[in-house]
Design a protein. Structure first.
Length: 495
């Protein structure tokens, strides 16, 4: 299906929406302050070597010096051949024999700075593409361990043929990523070409730049749009920033010339996301309930272990009989579920509870529709059969944080539970707490600070129990209402 890509840029964040069939199918966010350093390549300067710790501090132009351990130093074989790490069982060459103070050295960040600790570095450079990871200092051809064993040898042979050898102008080490399992030779060749261009630019920058310079930064979201999201079905890529449009054009000319004709500068007066009501779609994608056009609805609950999707008929009563009503609702739900998985970027285990269907052919058609819609998903998804309990189990590869995890945090009132105690329950909690405190302490008075609804119930419906407790402990109990985040929050002050 043909699609359009909208890019909304602001200094603090970049937002991307993929539009198919006139509606939003995918959302991507990147916030400027949250971009880490992992993957960045620097030309560093060795500021200090510590033989006792077998490590060195490297100045890469950041606030704190970065840390390089001997285990992360890429050693060279005798004769100046391709670099390699010390093999298992071989003695590690001491770091003081590999680096020296004042030396300029190319390094890559493998761990972001945390607290007072600087970034952790490696001298092994790797450049990630859409389908492959390039190891320019190596000549090993590898395949992701997540790809089945019986497919790896064939994939490795295909990749080796595309990579070639140093004698034929190719060479270098490549690792096939999991999402490259089903890629064509043309797609792999395009990724190989892109990665070699990136490495050439890194080497050229290292020859020209001074020490403590950034040589390569992991691609921004906008650049990843051109590299990863543009397909032959993409009609246009519209961006609303003239400055970023020029930068994206420059990137496209060098690395992705095929995508360049589709790039357009949006000059409309309306915000670009208003064209397809994207902000409204984001708001709906953060809610539990998804309404279907027929009157049915989905309930989507995301937990740490899995995501559950419950299908309900709601107010849909339009079919000729009850079985048809259920069937039509489930068919519509199958279409909506596939879209919600992409829109919310839900990953891991997903359990779908369709409405129970009596006829097996209805089950087969619903499952067929679900799988058909899932084929449009760029993220690898596996869908099982209906279980004996009428559930469908699915898995979707985790590629990034879900939309809810990126944009939301746990509610400070309910701590992410989604529910709070009733006012009456809080009243009884307060009465028990006063009794507990009275047995340990001997104040002149107990003062209760709570939300207005709680104080109102203590003065009205629960006034008899409050008076009885006061008589029992022999102490006065005063009440004070104050604005609080939640009705289940309270304090008891001993006076």
């Amino acid at each position: 299906m043909q699609n359009d890509i909208l890019i909304n840029w602001a200094p603090q964040e970049t937002r991307v929406a993929i539009i198919e069939g006139g509606s939003v199918q995918e959302l991507h966010h990147e916030r400027t302050l949250e971009r880490g350093l992992v993957g960045n390549v620097y030309l560093g300067k060795v500021s200090r070597v510590l033989p006792g710790m077998q490590s060195a501090f490297i100045d890469i132009g950041l606030e704190r010096a970065a840390f390089l351990h001997v285990a992360d130093v890429w050693q060279r074989q005798e004769g100046g051949l391709a670099p390699m790490f010390a093999r298992k069982g071989e003695p590690q060459v001491p770091i003081e024999k590999q680096v020296f103070e004042g030396q300029s050295i190319m390094v890559q960040v493998i761990k972001d700075p945390i607290g007072t600790k600087g970034a952790r570095l490696s001298t092994q450079i790797s450049v990630a593409g859409r389908l492959l990871v390039f190891l320019p200092q190596d000549d090993h051809i590898g395949v992701s361990q997540k790809i089945p064993q019986n497919e790896r040898d064939a994939l490795r042979a295909r990749l080796q043929a595309l990579v070639g050898t140093a004698e034929t102008g190719g060479g270098g080490g490549f690792i096939l990523r999991t999402n490259g399992e089903d890629s064509s030779d043309d797609e792999l060749a395009e990724d190989i070409s892109y990665l070699r261009k990136v490495w050439k630019r890194i080497k050229d920058s290292a020859a020209k730049q001074a020490a403590k310079s950034l040589l390569h930064q992991d691609l921004s979201l906008m650049q990843r749009v051109l590299r990863d999201m543009v397909t032959e079905n993409t009609q246009s890529i519209r961006i609303d920033s003239r400055e970023q449009f020029a930068l994206l054009q420059q990137f496209g000319q060098e690395f992705m010339p095929a995508a360049l004709p589709k790039l357009q500068l949006y000059k409309g007066e309306r915000p670009i996301f208003d064209l397809y009501s994207v902000d409204e779609e984001i708001a709906r994608a953060l809610g539990r309930r998804v309404d279907l056009k027929s009157g049915g609805y989905l309930i989507v609950d995301q937990t740490e272990a899995l995501t559950t999707v419950d299908v309900n008929t709601g107010g849909y009563v339009g079919a000729r009989n009850f079985d048809d009503t259920i069937f039509k609702t489930n068919l519509e739900a199958a279409h909506a579920i596939a879209r919600q998985l992409r829109l919310r970027n839900l990953g891991g285990i997903i359990i779908v509870d369709f409405i129970d269907m009596v006829h097996e052919d209805h089950q087969a058609q619903v499952l067929s529709e679900l799988r058909k819609q899932l084929q449009r998903d760029r993220v690898k998804t596996m869908c099982g059969e209906f279980s004996q309990l009428g559930l469908v189990e699915m898995t979707r590869k985790r590629t990034r944080e879900s939309l809810a995890h990126m944009l939301c945090t746990s509610c400070p009132v309910c701590s992410g539970v989604g529910e709070v105690k009733t006012v009456r329950t809080v009243c009884y909690d307060i009465l028990r707490e006063i009794l507990r405190e009275a047995r340990q302490f001997n104040p002149k008075e107990f003062r209760v600070l709570a939300a207005p609804p709680v104080i109102e119930m203590l003065l009205d419906e629960e006034s008899q129990h409050l008076a009885g407790l006061s008589d029992f402990i022999g102490k006065p109990i005063s009440l004070h209402a104050e604005g609080r985040d939640g009705s289940d929050q309270y304090d008891i002050v001993l006076l």
